[in-house]
Ligand binder design. Sequence first.
Ligand code: WQD
Length: 343
Amino acid sequence: MAKILLTGGCGYIGSHTAVELINAGRDVVIADDLSNSDKSVIDRIEMITGKRPDLYVSDLKDKKECEKIFDENDISAVIHFAGYKAVGESVLSPLKYYRNNLDSTLSLLESMRSHLCNTIIFSSSATVYGTDGVVPYTESAETGGCSNPYGWTKFMIERIICDTVLANPDMSAVNLRYFNPIGAHESGLIGENPSGIPNNLMPYITQVASGIRDHLNIYGNDYDTPDGTGVRDYIHVVDLAKGHLAALEYAEKHKGTECINLGTGVGYSVLDVVNAFNEANHLDLPYVFAKRREGDLASYYANPKKAYELLGWKAEKTLVDMCKDSWRWQVYLKNSENKDGGK
Ligand code: WQD
């Protein structure tokens, strides 16, 4: 049976997408270098779905390792999540980001071509809209003007994929531009588990709530937004995962490249998220207002129309669902660390 290759499939969005694909009857194989994930995710995907995806612990920058996956499996399509994704780190170590994110993509595309695998779904980001985009972002908006090397790698990989598909009319590609993925699978068995101090809002909130961090710093309450705090389009990671299945089904029927936003179209402020988290979980999160974070925009969110019209997909889960599911995952994490002696 033809398989779907998920690069970076042990990661936050990759693992949730693996669950949705397996539940939809797809045969999944995962390639991951485990630089920012753990192979125990495979066990938990199996616990959720009853099926265990094959795992290749591979560095996709190594062409031989990449080819080996395609030599040993009949891969009909690839969903490409693998890549470094910490904005701040990308500013400090740009070459590490360009080398890793671009080389792995080039090896992957060459292996796809040499094995007649013609379909790719790419994990892109709203960050490609740069800092001057008109809100809500539509896919026809200009891209580029990224504010960090991480964002530029997403922009460049979209271009690489578009050009490869233009040169090979038998190929199909969808560049999925994520907004702000948060939440976790309802089982509480998979979720976001950033190493070190979380950069992103929700994992920081859940670590404050579980006592790992003292309080939340809200970066800026003097933006031109309803309550002065930053506004973003938070989307439940399960909705996002379902969007990948919809994009795959579309790409299997249509040649060429499409760029598609995956967002809810609704913007929530930091304080909206904090209040929803407290209400959903009967907690009272300590926070202080701190100065703005360098590079942050006041407000952005998606126009999600194209995803609905082209893929028949729209986000369904609420901010309360995102807050409840995030907290359940954090509690699971804490209990499993306690059981493992905090390993
Ligand atoms: C959200 C809001 C912060 C942490 C990033 C990447 C983007 C994409 C999604 C991959 C902002 C505020 C945050 C905290 C806070 N990643 N905040 N205190 O910056 O919108 O987007 O993640 O594609 O590329 O840039 O997400 O969660 O970091 O911030 O007040 O401790 O929460 O100022 O308004 P962001 P975020």
